[in-house]
Design a protein. Structure first.
Length: 452
């Protein structure tokens, strides 16, 4: 196939044909998806980029397209816009094959916000936004009141009215991105495709932009957005499509799709997926991969991690961090005993890790202690997270002093005693040291185990 003309790719619509002026798309009455991509394949020359891509955007859907650099997100969006011709498969807009539609009709069905633009001329911002009206104009029409209203509303919504009379060449990268959003809004299409719409935006404008798209979707439009920021994608999108390794790696609601295994397989990243306390949506913490020969990584390693059962003893943020890092590295952690409300307990819940929690101001009961002992003795390794040399203990009143949960006479002494092998770390331990020690002890334990 051939990429067909970069020059046309960034304009709202490249030409106006009257051939289908009467076929104004009104899918409000239709059950057809606004965008349906089926079995799409695109190659540049003889280099395949994506194949077998299926996705659909219905009214009310904000679909996020995520994936590593070079996965083909922009290519898929360009195939939908019609600026790249698929080698195989189909793109339908409102039920009709996009290839059967004129540029004008496509421009009435889908508007795009490109990642970059070649708007080299010093058009005023207002004129760039007015270009969004092109698909709605007859061959000889000027802008009418409806066009002026649409342009005004789009500039207000995207927050560009303030610099409407500035040349586009004299606005910042982030302002330019919002101008392109305004141009797409002025097009008043049922579907929007956005390529990294927040890439150059400060945090306030990034949130405003996604809130705006989200509101438009709630009002009945549909949008497909390539987004690198996984937390933002999880927060705003109804569904995520993960592109990786030449195709769709996973698709579905963010909480189903953003898992540590999926991130490892798609992004080759070590990541912990928790929950944002503020929004409740998945929150991704990625770590620099630690060079570890025992831990295979790579494209086909989604289920191949050599993880071990590791029981963590300790409390607070230090234990939370250790648990997070172990889970991201593919281990299978558990935790306890920790006091109710502890930061590490919240992380364990997010990780789906077994955790034993005891009331903060009472002695640790036998049942709790036994439960943690069982977890520790089942683990290949226990990690004691604490401050070396402390000797805190249950006090005379019978409550538990959690200030150093791993002290030799502290509340978890019996739990640590039950573990086969124990790694002791303090809060400053490096990831490398922690992971190397865990893997080393786990491997030695496996070697020492009697043959069955
Ligand atoms: N016009 C082109 N000619 C040849 N190869 C291209 C062309 N456009 C893109 N590619 C290649 O296709 C692959 C996918 O590129 P694409 O821009 O779609 O990825 P992406 O997922 O959007 O990446 P990023 O996250 O970095 O923006 C890359 O390897 C890229 O180099």
């Amino acid at each position: 196939m051939s990429p067909d003309g970069q020059s046309a790719s960034d304009s709202a619509v490249s030409s106006a044909s009257d051939a289908d002026a009467s076929s104004a798309f009104d899918s409000a009455d239709s059950d057809d998806p606004l965008v349906a991509v089926e079995d799409l394949a695109v190659a540049f020359g003889d280099v395949p980029v994506v194949s077998g891509v299926d996705l659909r955007v219905d009214r009310g859907d904000l679909v996020g397209l995520v994936g590593p650099n070079g996965a083909g997100k922009t290519t898929v969006l360009r195939a939908i816009k019609g600026t790249v011709t698929p080698d195989a498969g189909s793109v339908r807009l409102g039920g009709d094959l996009a290839s059967d539609l004129s540029a004008r009709e496509r421009g009435r069905r889908v508007a795009s916000v490109p990642q970059e633009t070649n708007l080299a001329f010093d058009f005023r911002v207002r004129h760039v936004v007015e270009m969004g009206r092109t698909p709605h104009l007859g061959r000889f029409d000027g802008h009418g009141p409806d066009d002026e209203r649409a342009v005004r509303e789009a500039m207000d919504a995207a927050g560009v009215a303030r610099f409407a009379d500035r040349p586009i060449t004299e606005v910042s990268g982030g302002e330019r991105q919002r101008v392109l959003l305004a141009r797409a809004l002025a097009q008043e299409t049922p579907a929007l495709v956005l390529d990294e719409p927040t890439a150059s935006l400060d945090v306030n404008h990034a949130v405003e932009t996604l809130e705006l798209v989200s509101d438009l979707v709630d009002d009945g439009r549909g949008a497909l957005a390539a987004i690198h920021d996984l937390d933002m994608a999880a927060r705003y999108c109804d569904e995520l499509v993960v592109l990786a390794n030449g195709g769709v790696h996973a698709a579905g609601p963010p909480e189903d799709v953003l898992t540590a295994d999926a991130l490892r397989a798609a992004f080759d990243a070590e990541a912990f997926v928790g929950r944002s306390p503020a929004t409740g949506s998945p929150a991704v913490t990625a770590f620099a991969a630690v060079d570890d020969p025992g831990a295979p990584r790579g494209h086909d390693s989604s289920a191949a991690r050599d993880g071990h059962r590791v029981h963590v003893v300790g409390s607070g943020r230090d234990a939370a961090r250790v648990l997070t890092r172990l889970a991201a590295a593919g281990h299978d952690p558990s935790l306890g005993v920790v006091p109710e409300g502890d930061a590490a307990a919240a992380v364990a819940d997010d990780a789906g890790a077994p955790v034993v929690v005891a009331p903060a101001f009472e002695p640790v009961g036998d049942a709790k202690r036994d439960a943690a002992v069982a977890l520790a003795s089942d683990a290949a390794v226990a990690v004691a997270v604490g401050r070396a040399g402390r000797d805190d203990r249950s006090d005379a009143a019978g409550t538990t002093d959690w200030s150093d949960a791993v002290a030799p006479t502290g509340p978890n002494a019996a739990v640590l005693a039950a573990a086969d092998r124990v790694v002791s770390v303090d809060g400053d331990a490096s990831d490398e040291a922690l992971l190397a020690a865990v893997r080393d002890l786990a491997t030695r334990r496996a070697e020492d185990a009697p043959e069955s």
